[in-house]
Design a protein around this ligand. Sequence first.
Ligand code: 4AD
Ligand code: MG
Length: 482
Amino acid sequence: MREKRKKIKEILSKSSVGERVTAMGWVRTKRESKNVVFIAINDGSTIDNIQAVGDTGKFDEALLRKVNTGASVAVTGELVESQGAGQAVELQAEIIEVFGEANPEQYPLQPKRHSLEFLREIAHLRPRTNTFSAIMRVRHQLAFAVHQFFHEKGFVYINTPIITASDAEGAGETFKVTNFDLEKLPKGEDGKIDYTQDFFGKLTNLTVSGQLEGELGALALGEIYTFGPTFRAENSNTTRHLAEFWMIEPEMAFYDLTDNMDLAEEMLKYLIKSAMDNCQSDLAFLDKRLAEEEKVKPQQERSEMGLLERLKFILENDFERVSYSDAIEILKRSKPNQKKKFKYLIEEWGADLQSEHERFLVEKHFKKPVILYNYPKDIKAFYMYQNDDDKTVAAMDILFPGIGEIIGGSQREDRMDKLKARMDQMGIPSEELWWYLDTRKFGSVPHSGYGLGFERMVQFVTGMGNIRDVIPFPRTPDNCEF
Ligand code: 4AD
Ligand code: MG
């Protein structure tokens, strides 16, 4: 008879020798010596496997033949002191049951190291590997910590719409939402598509950010945050961009830019600490994984710190706060700029910073996270607070080593006349955003907010080089499998 199932994490941490338990999971490896079979089982609750040991003579040969890498099993038996190194206990198999077989000729995951590229092609199975199960557990912990952090501070979690008619960032990188028959688009007399006949009676798209609606929440509830999916049709095939990613966007009434930076820094440290406190074995595994990956890199590309060291370093150091103008001076005088090593040379104030510049500041110059603030207004969105110099806006970006921009935010323009003028200048249709402008008309207050790219955060904490490896099913140009 089976016992009531216990998770492997619980068995390994809480059960003691002599207890009879039932573990269920997927076989990672099976080894057979003369009279003994060793089965390593993992159920996703922890990076660690439980080892089941059985006398081959006690089991049906046909049954044991079904126990292969990838098969799902239930093993019942007594916990005994482990003979091998590593684990304290192992399971003396008494009953072995097979739920589902995995034909070794067809099952793509074998007990060896697979490349991350190959695993992306089998994203439906990759959570069964150590690396991806560890990443998914860390991702979960970070998501949980986001809610915990804001909840402890009294923020209200609000859900902003996924379908919208606006493009908050004004970059025109939206995916359209329609139920038109694309083969038979209704046209008006001018020959243009007649969106009044579409589902919502107007042209709509998937949201690029929940911020504008978030602001409406902050101007009623004081402090809110969103945590939802966002969509961007930017055709950038990089290791930091997804077409569908998750964003955390807090928005706070009565916060100025400094309050905003303080909150963001505190939050990032809180999230990292939460992962370090609660995902020790997963992070230890990922730390080792990264160290091995670094070993094969050329010397000058290797990072100076290991994963755990990096995380600890963030917790223990203040972020460097630097104005855009100061950063431009540093970049202009920098070696890679002087020696024309940057792809985009920094020649004058006003230049948009590329990731090569951000990474120079963080990784070479300051060697710690950097908060850049007060950017030229012409390279930022319409909603940012216009500083007195008439040239800059109260924006802030947080740059992380190995990642570049992880957070983008600002104090918001809360003065109706200034906001309206900027929208007109930038060609943002103010009639369509009448509801947004209403908050400036009725009881407007200074307020601020920012957006944290969740996958970039998971990337930083897990040390994964490619953003496609920290989300279960990545959406990128030409790729929408699964
Ligand atoms: O800097 P962004 O575009 O800012 C906004 O969307 C603001 N509305 C946020 C706010 O103030 N409420 O995006 C914010 C963050 C970036 O710093 C980056 O971490 C992430 O979102 N991000 C992406 N992550 C993955 N793939 C992409 N294509 C991303 N684009 C932005
Ligand atoms: Mg940005």
